[in-house]
Design a binder for this molecule. Structure first.
Ligand code: DOR
Ligand code: ZN
Length: 345
């Protein structure tokens, strides 16, 4: 018998999009003790000044109600981000002894939201990676191979060669392959040494590509990388419940206004922040692994990032909850459907 309630000492979302949306930021702060906040805003978060300003904005947006909450900041990496661009981040680090950004994020050119100015040539970034390795900054990779040669569903597995090459070239650089969607990626992460880990979203534990466009187009299930096959989903579930610390939770909760989702050429992104923990509890219970949830959605991410933050416990209880149709103009994943777990408020 599995318990019908579980208390996590803290929840850690290792990959979230808050944009400049106050209510969205509050929804993450409500359940999570800390989160790695993505930088692909317009304009993007790319300098020490941007990081500082955005982190202050988040703290003021989330307010006092849900403290403690620690946003852990990232900066977006550009083709022309020179190692010197990290100088200000480094200076701040030397002055304060504290990192204002914990990671840099690479987006592959043209493959997702605000990635038109993303990366095509990873090898040109090697001097930057060297500097990040030295500074102890984590490299977050959206792992899909850019360019015209590869078809959409194959972009993640085609990227793995690049991942191996980067990881072998920088053995002390911590690398997170974000929101993995394939069995091939799970196998690659297991083969690679300790400096390489992966985040897994809640929605990729639930969806396959048929849920995106198998019969009708379901824009609220559409994200990048797109959900793949059943066999891939099985591999992701096995990785998430395995107790292997290389796999940890990053929601990739990515809000877009309703009219930007329910239209032609809809934006990529699945909004899960307010229901992420109940979604995980459903999956983990179904696979008899609820006792592994605290590490997957907390400890393992914190350990890999090696970050300190104040913790707040969060209790999940097995009681029905209907997912709202909207949160302030943003339609959540599985809107209107029932879950059998909820967060005890
Ligand atoms: O679906 C996605 N949405 N994937 C990403 O990589 C970016 C994100 C967003 O920013 O909306
Ligand atoms: Zn993302």
């Amino acid at each position: 018998m599995q318990p019908n309630s579980v208390t996590l000492p803290f929840a850690f979302d290792a990959h979230v999009h808050l944009r400049r949306l106050r209510s969205v930021a509050r929804l993450t702060a409500q359940h999570f003790s800390a989160a790695i906040v993505m930088p692909n805003l317009t304009p993007a978060i790319r300098s020490a000044e941007d990081v500082t300003e955005y982190s202050k904005w988040i703290m003021s947006a989330t307010g006092k109600d849900y403290l403690p909450f620690t946003p852990l900041m990232t900066f977006k990496i550009y083709p022309d981000t020179a190692p010197e661009t990290l100088k200000t981040l480094n200076e701040f680090f030397e002055l304060s002894g504290r990192q204002i950004a914990v990671a840099g994020k690479v987006y592959p050119k043209g493959l997702t939201t605000n990635a038109e100015d993303g990366i095509e040539d990873y090898f040109a970034l090697f001097p930057l990676f060297k500097k990040m390795e030295k500074l102890g900054l984590v490299l977050c990779l959206h792992g899909e191979k850019p360019g015209n040669a590869i078809e959409g569903l194959d972009r993640e597995s085609a990227f793995l060669r690049t991942l191996f090459y980067i990881a072998r070239s920088f053995p002390d650089l911590r690398i997170v392959m974000e929101h993995i969607t394939t069995e091939a990626a799970v196998e690659a992460i297991l083969q690679l040494p300790e400096n390489v880990a992966a985040t897994i979203t809640a929605h990729h534990l639930i969806l396959t590509h048929d849920d995106v466009g198998g019969d009708r187009m379901r824009p609220h299930n559409f994200c990048k990388p797109v959900a793949k096959r059943k066999s891939d989903r099985t591999a992701l579930i096995e990785a998430a419940i395995s107790g292997c610390p290389k796999f940890f939770f990053g929601s990739d909760s990515a809000p877009h206004p309703k009219d930007k989702k329910e239209c032609s050429e809809c934006c990529a992104g699945v909004f899960t922040a307010p229901i992420a923990l109940p979604l995980l509890a459903e999956v983990f219970t179904k696979h008899n692994a609820i006792n592994r949830l605290a590490n997957f959605a907390g400890g393992f991410g914190q350990m890999f990032y090696d970050v300190a933050f104040a913790e707040k416990p969060v209790t999940l209880i097995q009681e029905p909850m209907t997912i709202p149709q909207e949160y302030d103009g943003v339609v959540p994943f599985l809107a209107g459907q029932q879950l059998s777990w909820k967060v005890q408020e």
